[in-house]
Design a protein around this ligand. Sequence first.
Ligand code: PMP
Length: 434
Amino acid sequence: SPQFVPNNELISYRKQHLGKSLSLQYKVPIKMVRGDGVWLIDQQGKKYLDTVNNVAHVGHEHSAVVKAGQEQMALLNTNSRYLHENINELAQELIETLPPELNVLHFVNSGSEANELAIRMVKATTGQRDIIASEIGYHGNSNMCIDISSYKFDGKGGSGAPEHTHIFPLPDAFRGKYRGDDAGEQYAAEVQKCIDTIHQKERGVGALIVEPIISCGGQVELPQGFLEKAYERVRNAGGLCISDEVQVGCGRVGKTFWGFQLHNVTPDIVTIGKPLGNGHPIAAVACTQEVADAFANGMEYFNTFGGNPVSCAIATAVLRTVKREKLQENALEVGEYLKTELQQLAQEFPIIGDVRGQGLFLGFELVDSEMNPLADQTSYLANRMKEHGILMSTDGPDHNVLKIKPPIVFSKENAQDLITYLQKILKEDFMKTH
Ligand code: PMP
């Protein structure tokens, strides 16, 4: 068996020589050595059920995806200035899933790069640079992406919204600013306020960027009617609408292939990341002919790695696997089953204040009887689940949301195991607050 470097040595080397703001998951960090479907396997051979990784979309190390990458890597990898079938085939696979208006693709290497490019397209198309985004939204790690990510600039180490960013309140109908039946309209009116602010400054609207389910905000589903009304207002003001599908795209939400399709809207730009390469760095921007034409203003767009034959072979294999294995249908079926089971658990344990999400992009929130967030219990639950071999992640502005976004090969049996252990740990003394 291979000689492993002890974890304490890996940790001390990291602390000294790797980025100082990188974080490690869990109080006692784990080292994974292998992935297999919904499982991650650590150096002792212990298997963990992965309910976190929406990057390993069709399952960790899916054989069809690995094979596609290996075969193309053995043959050729170059930039996209040469003709190649793979980039066209991948574009075609994506176009088949999108509304007819969204039929031009640019390939990049990460979700951040996709959103970065989307904002450049907005500037080229509208001539404006004012962006409207959600509170606690996250759109990536580059300069521009941080500038539109309230999750970062309103958090530790941040210094608030830049001049050209306009934030509307997290459209959370459970504990947010508006909670009633009219929440969709009320949050859309907040978007209008951002538009009015931009106009008062004698500038125009560039774009609205929103995730169809706000992930870092705590798996927040957009209230009924919100997106439709917000898009309408932004468009009336001459702005574009971007759907950030980096987390939720490619079949995960079950009912539809893309998150925006849960609502009655068609964006001008869609950004696609994480799941597209099943772990390999490839991302994409889909846009209309009009946006693509405006962006092609004479300056070449060159991206060394974006759209290379290896990445495209991998992403095409991912999309074909989703189709072949009917994984969108699986996300719907298993997701609805799991959501119902979680709702039943919420009946039994009132500490679960809200269960939400679509398909295999779910979340539940822990609160006390006065709706106060319970961050300690949330962290305890995630750490105890890990001890039982189940990986979960936590998020939300108050760190009290458990997120469930596993590879979409997640089965009913996996869901049952998850529920069994949640039930066991929810009974523990630390979880008793009522
Ligand atoms: N958009 C959203 C919604 C994301 O969650 C992320 C990453 N968590 C990004 C963009 C940035 O993607 P990447 O980390 O691949 O640059």
